[in-house]
Design a protein around this ligand. Structure first.
Ligand code: AMP
Length: 622
């Protein structure tokens, strides 16, 4: 087939390379072709907001710069690409120094810059960090380098050995400046910078702007160009923050239940101390979870090994201390779990910043004791965002979620027709006496029974508490046993995550159909095939009215008043509403008390990781 393209404007005819130049936004920002080709291969199609705004400024090479931006927003390319444009790679002496807080970040930045520079000749980038052979690093420096990426301690060591000459450095980047100060690197930074020329330009990036960072900005910079992405000190808007209130003794069980409720979790779990980190990781491994620990008592080799497994996704849960996990850039982390809240509020931003990177979404969870609510409110003030109070799922919730995860997996599994073909006649013969429905039931029960068994006596792990907003002079709102405001009613809706609703979607869906304001909707609890949401008692009728004849994908949407908690049946004429009582899915129904089942019956946290042997190994444990 021949395709004719008619153009009436011959002047506009463009060769493919001109078209690429015309269209590619990085070219328009001033980045050269060779580099754009390399970053296009990395999947960078459009600049992130920080790149869009900082690259033109930094490319002038004539400004000091302060960029207030969260981790994961594309900061490395924001400074890395301009450096590659500004430096003279025909010369082989240090022209740029990037200081960052951790070895992991140091390696990441080095690697990233090397990747951007893949098509540029004679670019030499050296990573300088502690915990690795200094002689290797010295050798690399001796061979000639234009960009040094370093952690402060090792950098100073090398300077003190007079093994590097920074007298011609033109640009210094202080990345994650707040972290470097938190880690006590202020003096080292001072000493390092004193070896660089006065007229160099300093570019500082920080997720938060405590007064100490302000002070170094003032000390090292003249009239810097300041860029704030989002509000100062706020967290990434793509992160949803949730907290669960549990009794101290139930914390571990609650944590496991959250994990079981999220079969596809790929998470980082933060603990406060190295000992706690190690203990939780060991307990999880013993219970059959795919977890490992990352903390400072491990050797560098052990840490590298754990990180490699996590990056490759052959590890599902990384249990880490703040220091060890700082700066980790692993894509697609779905959940950050604060098993213990950090001592320093600022650290919460760094922890949660491990998820929702590069425009993705993520959830940051805090498992707390009732007494720690004050800390949650403090964090809310720092990140400028409200936490959602979530409830530890019941055993039934977990079973249902796992069942549907299994159903989805069976549905989507790739069949190797060639390999399986030879067995089909025998398989068919085995199933001859069973109907299609029987076979489906049996396949599903294979895994489901184990969960049902494990969770059959699972107790409610939510601690009763009262979250009274402190209001001067005002009486706190009245709350019922479960922490729900007594002027709110809890409603059931027969839509859930299997219908691809998350909390935000459901809130929008409710408001659209009922015309009530989102502000009068309280807690939303999205389950598998159904959900619960709270609305102000005054709006209950409107909800029933709004959903009276609404269809979702051919299914009648059903609203019921939940029997759970303070949802008193309000007046109003909507027909057919009944109070939901008991039954398989009823949260408020009678709960069976008792142990939580045996530990290593903890379920098929099977995960769509790449490595088969992990799954096989895990299966052996059950
Ligand atoms: P950073 O904040 O530099 O650690 O970047 C966070 C993640 O975003 C890294 O995995 C980068 O590879 C990725 N990234 C940075 N810039 C872009 C972009 N323009 N398009 C797509 N991904 C990006």
């Amino acid at each position: 087939m021949t395709i004719f393209i008619y153009t009436f404007a011959p002047d506009l005819a463009m060769s493919p390379s001109t078209l690429f130049k015309f269209m590619n936004p990085f070219i328009q920002l001033g980045i050269r072709h060779d580099i754009v080709n390399a970053i296009t291969e990395l999947g960078f199609e459009n600049p992130t907001p920080i790149q869009e705004q900082s690259i033109p400024v930094l490319l002038t090479g004539s400004n000091d710069f302060v960029g207030l931006a969260q981790t994961g927003t594309g900061k490395t390319a924001a400074f890395g690409l301009p450096l590659l444009e500004l430096l003279d790679f025909d010369e082989n002496y240090p022209q740029a120094l990037v200081l960052c807080p951790t070895r992991e970040l140091c390696l990441q930045i080095t690697n990233d810059i090397k990747n951007y520079a893949k098509n540029v000749k004679n670019v030499n980038v050296v990573a300088v960090y502690g915990g690795a052979s200094i002689s290797d690093q010295l050798r690399q420096i001796k061979r000639g380098v234009q960009i040094v990426v370093a952690t402060p301690g090792r950098m100073l060591d090398i300077i003190n050995r007079k093994a590097i000459d920074f007298s011609q450095v033109k640009y210094v980047v202080l990345d994650e400046a707040d972290e470097m100060l938190n880690m006590g690197f202020q003096e080292d930074i001072d000493s390092i910078l004193s070896t660089t020329p006065d007229d160099k330009k300093t570019w500082l990036f920080s997720a938060t702007m405590p007064s100490e960072v302000r002070r170094i900005a003032k000390k090292y910079m003249t009239d810097p160009f300041e860029l704030t992405m989002g509000t100062k000190n706020t967290g990434n808007a793509n992160i949803e923050h949730e907290y669960y209130v549990v009794r101290a003794r139930d914390k571990y069980a609650a944590f496991k239940r959250i994990v079981d409720f999220n079969p596809e979790i790929f998470g980082i779990v933060f603990c406060r101390t190295k000992i706690e980190t190690q203990e939780i990781a060991e307990a999880l491994i013993k219970d059959g979870y795919n977890a490992d620990s990352l903390h400072g008592d491990l050797s560098q080799q052990q840490r590298d090994k754990v990180m490699k497994r996590y990056r490759e996704r052959s590890l599902q849960l990384l249990i880490a201390t703040d220091v060890a996990a700082r700066g980790i850039d692993v894509n697609d982390v779905t959940h950050v779990i604060n098993y213990s809240l950090p001592d320093e509020i600022e650290n919460y931003t760094h922890r949660s910043g491990r998820t929702a990177r590069a425009g993705k979404t993520g959830v940051s969870i805090a498992i707390i004791h009732g007494k720690e609510l004050g800390k949650i409110r403090q964090i809310e003030r720092v990140i400028g965002k409200k936490f959602i109070k979530a409830e530890i799922p019941t055993g039934f919730d977990v079973c249902e979620k796992q069942l549907f995860a299994l159903v989805h997996k069976v549905h989507n599994v790739e069949v190797n027709e060639q390999q399986i073909e030879q067995y089909i006649p025998r398989i068919m013969a085995e199933f001859e006496d069973l109907s299609k429905e029987d076979i489906i039931k049996r396949f599903a029960s294979l895994e489901f029974n184990r969960f049902l068994d494990y969770y059959k006596n699972a107790p409610d792990l939510n601690a009763a508490f009262e979250d009274r907003p402190a209001r001067d002079g005002a009486q706190g709102d009245r709350f019922n046993r479960t922490g729900m405001r007594s002027d709110f009613t809890r409603l059931f809706i027969n839509l859930g995550s299997v219908d691809e609703f998350n909390r935000g979607d459901l809130l929008g869906y409710i408001c659209n159909n009922t015309k009530i304001s989102g502000r009068t909707v309280g807690k939303i609890d999205v389950k598998g095939v159904y959900s619960f949401f709270e609305v102000s008692n005054d709006d209950v009728d409107k909800v029933f009215e709004g959903f009276k004849s609404v269809d979702f994908n051919g299914r009648q949407v059903r609203i019921e008043i939940s029997g759970d908690g303070g949802g008193e049946r309000r007046g109003g004429g909507g027909s057919g509403y009944k109070k939901r009582e008991g039954g398989f899915r009823e949260r408020g129904g009678e709960r069976r008390e008792g142990g939580g089942g045996s530990r290593n019956g903890g379920g098929f946290r099977d995960f769509s990781g790449k490595r088969r042997e992990d799954r096989t190994e895990r299966r052996k444990r059950f």
